[in-house]
Design a protein around this ligand. Structure first.
Ligand SMILES: Nc1nc2c(c(=O)[nH]1)N[C@H]1C(S)=C(S)[C@@H](COP(=O)(O)OP(=O)(O)OC[C@H]3O[C@@H](n4cnc5c(N)ncnc54)[C@H](O)[C@@H]3O)O[C@H]1N2
Ligand code: MOO
Length: 400
C-alpha cells in the first residue's frame, strides 16, 4: 500500500492537456483562458470627464477672473468638441469627451450658473476630474493572462476589448459510473434492503461547479455488465469517476474488469482513511484516466476533493493554493494512515479555525452537509494539539 503523498504525486503526474476550444463570450464564465488578451485601444480611449460640471482651460482663471461664458453642453456619446475661446467653458457630463482646449473639469456643486455665465467658487487644480486617455492601460498592453479563471470581472474586460469569441482550455469529458445491486434510482421507493443512488448525483453537482456536464452510467454487480459498461465508457470519455466495487467484496469486480480491458493499474489502496481502497489507473489504448473511489459516500466525496479537484486544476493550468486551518480541539492521529476529517470552519481573530463535525463513519452521508471540507492529518504517534495549523481541503466555497 502506498502513502497519501505517493498517491497524490502519482495522480498529479497524470495531469493532462485537453487542448483549447472557442466559446461565446458569456459561455466563457467559469472557464480558463487559453491565450493572453490585449487592449484593442487605450483605456480610457479618450480624456473622459469623471464629473457633471463644466470643462475649462484652467489658465482662463489667471488673476481675479472667476466667471466664464458657457459655449455649449457636452453629453456622453458626442464626438470630441473644441472650446472656440479659451476664456469660455462648456457644460460637460460624466463620461463625455473633454473638449479640445480644456484641461480641467469643475463639478456643478462648486459653481453657480446664471445668464449663460458660470461662476467658479473654488480654485480648481489643473487636470482635476479628468480620467486621462490611456491612464488605465495603453493599446496593446496585456489585460488578461492565459491560465486565468474567468469570472464576472474578466467577462467585463473581454467585452470592453471587443472579444466575442473566447479561446478557453477544453474540459475533459467525464463519465460517472456507479456500481452495486443495492442501488435504485432517486425517484424510486427503495425496498428495505435497497438504498437510493446518491454518490454520483453529488459528484455530478460538484462537476457542474467546474463547468463539466458529466455522463452517468450505472453498472450492476454482474461481471459481464461491468466489463461491457466500462469498455463503452473508456472509448467515450477522457476520465471515468467510479464509486463502489473496489474493496475486497465477492462482487467487487472493478479491478479485475479493468485489468481485462487493458487498463494499467497505477495504484490500488492508499494508507488513508476514509478512502483506503481508492483505485487509480490509465487505459493504455485511449489514455482515459480512471479514478475509482470507494463506495462509502464520505470516501467518494473526500477522495474527489483531495485528488480529482487538484488533478483538474493542474490539467487546466490553474494554481493549487493549499492553505491551513487552526485546530480548536486536540485530535488523535493514526500511526500509519493519513486521516481526512470533516470540519466546520469559522473565522476568529483573523484566522480560519476548524472544529470536527460528528460523523458516524464513512457511510454517514448526512455528515457531509455539516462540513465545509476536510482537514488532512499526516500519520504520527502524538496527538494533534489545539492551536496547531493543519492542511485543509475545502469542499464548498467558504467566501460568498
Ligand atoms: N474486507 C474488507 N472490507 C472492506 C474494506 C477492506 O479493506 N477489506 N474496505 C472498506 C472500506 S474502507 C470501504 S470505503 C468500502 C468500499 O467498498 P467498495 O468501494 O467496494 O464499495 P461498495 O462495497 O460497492 O459500497 C460501499 C458502501 O457504499 C454504498 N454506495 C456505493 N455506491 C453508492 C452510490 N452511488 N450512492 C450511494 N451509496 C453508495 C454501498 O451501498 C455500500 O454501503 O469497503 C469496506 N470494506
Ligand atoms: O474509505 Mo473506507 O471509508 O476508509 O470506509
Amino acid at each position: 500500500m502506498i502513502t497519501f503523498e505517493e498517491a497524490y504525486k502519482k495522480v498529479i503526474h497524470y495531469r493532462r492537456n485537453y487542448g483549447t476550444e472557442t466559446v461565446g463570450l458569456l459561455e466563457a464564465t467559469g472557464r480558463v483562458l487559453a491565450l493572453d488578451i490585449k487592449a484593442d485601444r487605450d483605456f480610457p480611449p479618450f480624456d473622459r470627464s469623471t464629473k457633471d460640471g463644466i470643462a475649462i482651460a484652467v489658465e482662463a482663471l489667471d488673476g481675479e477672473k472667476n466667471q466664464l461664458r458657457i459655449e455649449g453642453v457636452l453629453p456622453a456619446g458626442n464626438p470630441r468638441a473644441e472650446l472656440s475661446d479659451k476664456n469660455n467653458c462648456m457644460e460637460i457630463m460624466t463620461g463625455a469627451v473633454v473638449p479640445k482646449g480644456a484641461d480641467t473639469v469643475v463639478m456643478y456643486e462648486d459653481i453657480n450658473i446664471a445668464n449663460g455665465l458660470a461662476t467658479i467658487n473654488q480654485n480648481p487644480t489643473r487636470g482635476q476630474n479628468i480620467h486621462v486617455r490611456g491612464s488605465d492601460v495603453n493599446q496593446g498592453a496585456t489585460v488578461l493572462y492565459q491560465d486565468t479563471k474567468i469570472s464576472g470581472a474578466e467577462i467585463g474586460i473581454l467585452a470592453a476589448v471587443g472579444v466575442t469569441q473566447v479561446v478557453v482550455k477544453k474540459l475533459p469529458s467525464i463519465t460517472l459510473i456507479s456500481t452495486g445491486n443495492e442501488l435504485v434510482e432517486v425517484e424510486e421507493t427503495p425496498l428495505p434492503h435497497q438504498i437510493r443512488k446518491s454518490n454520483m448525483q453529488s459528484l455530478y453537482a460538484a462537476l457542474r461547479e467546474e463547468g463539466i456536464v458529466a455522463q452517468q452510467v450505472h453498472l450492476n454487480d454482474q461481471s459481464e455488465d461491468v466489463r461491457e459498461g466500462l469498455q463503452k465508457a473508456l472509448q467515450e470519455s477522457d476520465v471515468l469517476l467510479l464509486s463502489g466495487g473496489v474493496s475486497k467484496g465477492k462482487f467487487d469486480f472493478i479491478p479485475l474488469a479493468m485489468e481485462e480491458l487493458g487498463v494499467k493499474k497505477i495504484f490500488h489502496k492508499v494508507l488513508q482513511r476514509p478512502g483506503k481502497p481508492f483505485w487509480f489507473g490509465v487505459h493504455k489504448a485511449t489514455s482515459t484516466l480512471i479514478f475509482s473511489f470507494p463506495g462509502n459516500p464520505v470516501s467518494t466525496f473526500a477522495n474527489y476533493h483531495v485528488y480529482f479537484k487538484d488533478w483538474l486544476k493542474k490539467s487546466l493550468g490553474l494554481p493549487i493554493l493549499g492553505f491551513d486551518v487552526i485546530l480548536t480541539e486536540s485530535i488523535l492521529a493514526n500511526g500509519t494512515l493519513t486521516l481526512f476529517l470533516g470540519v466546520k470552519t469559522f473565522m476568529e481573530a483573523g484566522k480560519l479555525r476548524a472544529s470536527l463535525v460528528t460523523e458516524n463513519g464513512s457511510g454517514d452521508l448526512m455528515s457531509l452537509a455539516k462540513s465545509d471540507g476536510f482537514i488532512r492529518l499526516a500519520p504520527r504517534d502524538t496527538p494533534y494539539a489545539i492551536g496547531e495549523a493543519v492542511p485543509f481541503v475545502p469542499a464548498r466555497n467558504l467566501i460568498y
